[in-house]
Design a binder for this molecule. Structure first.
Ligand code: ZN
Length: 267
């Protein structure tokens, strides 16, 4: 090989190494598309207001209703971040960038996410949100990605955990909401949420998943839940391994708990 070819080979080798490093985020079951900020998000953020808090770098559209109160908003985010981080036992080495849009329409237009009010780019450590979304939701997704090397591919678990931590009004009454779906017979088992979560209506799936995750953590403890989270197994096998019971059996126990009027009042 001539010297010039050796140099070229060396640069190709370096390029290959850097490409690996870029893709070597951590093993995860999420598709790559979920890890990259889509091209639509190459938006002119430079005119946005900026504020740095203990755990976040905020970028706020000056037209956002939050523009005049970023500091208070940031304090709330820091507080919730520390709660989730402590409970999950997760530390981050860098601050999370949070992009606060002027409106839900602006968020949808720029992100291409018409169905959602926020999105998280785990790879880039970024959160993009419409105004007034539950503050802990996307944050919980991001922190939970650092529980271990695997991010489960079941929204029943991932969305359930995000709702469990989201800091919203519905977070305080997850079992009550789930119970009402049960009593109205709109929910007869957890199987559809395991297999077809994204095809069902979010008004039902999100709080019900939150209720189920809350039940798992309250009943069997957070450490078991984290074992389930990082098992990397299909859910039926993961439940048998971690809880020594089938997914169906644990789902039935959760329903029994919901039906008990002394533990969960309906509303
Ligand atoms: Zn979510």
């Amino acid at each position: 090989m001539k010297p010039s070819n050796r140099m070229l080979g060396f640069f190709i080798f370096l390029f290959a190494l850097s490409a690996c490093a870029a893709d070597d985020y951590r093993p995860t079951s999420l598709p790559d598309s979920a890890l990259r900020t889509p091209p639509a998000l190459t938006y002119a953020y430079r005119d946005w207001l900026q504020y740095e808090s203990k755990h976040f770098l905020f970028h706020c559209d000056p037209k956002s209703p939050l523009a005049g109160r970023i500091r208070g908003h940031a304090d709330m985010y820091d507080k919730i971040f520390e709660e989730i981080s402590q409970v999950l036992g997760v530390q981050l080495n860098e601050k999370i960038r949070v992009y606060l849009y002027a409106s839900h329409e602006a968020f949808s237009r720029e992100s291409g996410e018409s169905l959602y009010v926020g999105r998280v780019s785990r790879r880039l450590m970024e959160i993009h949100e419409s105004p007034f979304v539950p503050p802990g939701h996307e944050m919980a997704h991001l922190l939970a990605d650092h529980i271990g090397p695997v991010y489960p591919e079941y929204p029943l678990l991932t969305e359930g955990l995000a709702v469990y931590f989201e800091g919203s009004d519905r977070q305080k009454k997850l079992h009550g909401i789930a119970k009402d779906y049960l009593l109205r017979k709109e929910l007869t088992s957890l199987e559809p949420l395991k297999d077809r979560f994204r095809d069902l209506k979010p008004a039902m799936t999100y709080p019900v998943a939150g209720s189920f995750v809350k039940y798992l953590i309250d009943t069997y403890g957070l450490e078991k839940f984290k074992e389930l989270w990082v098992s990397g197994l299909e859910l039926e096998r993961a439940f048998s391994k971690v809880y020594g019971k089938s997914f169906r059996r644990v789902g039935q126990e959760w329903m029994e708990m919901l039906k008990n009027p002394s533990t969960v009042p309906s509303f």
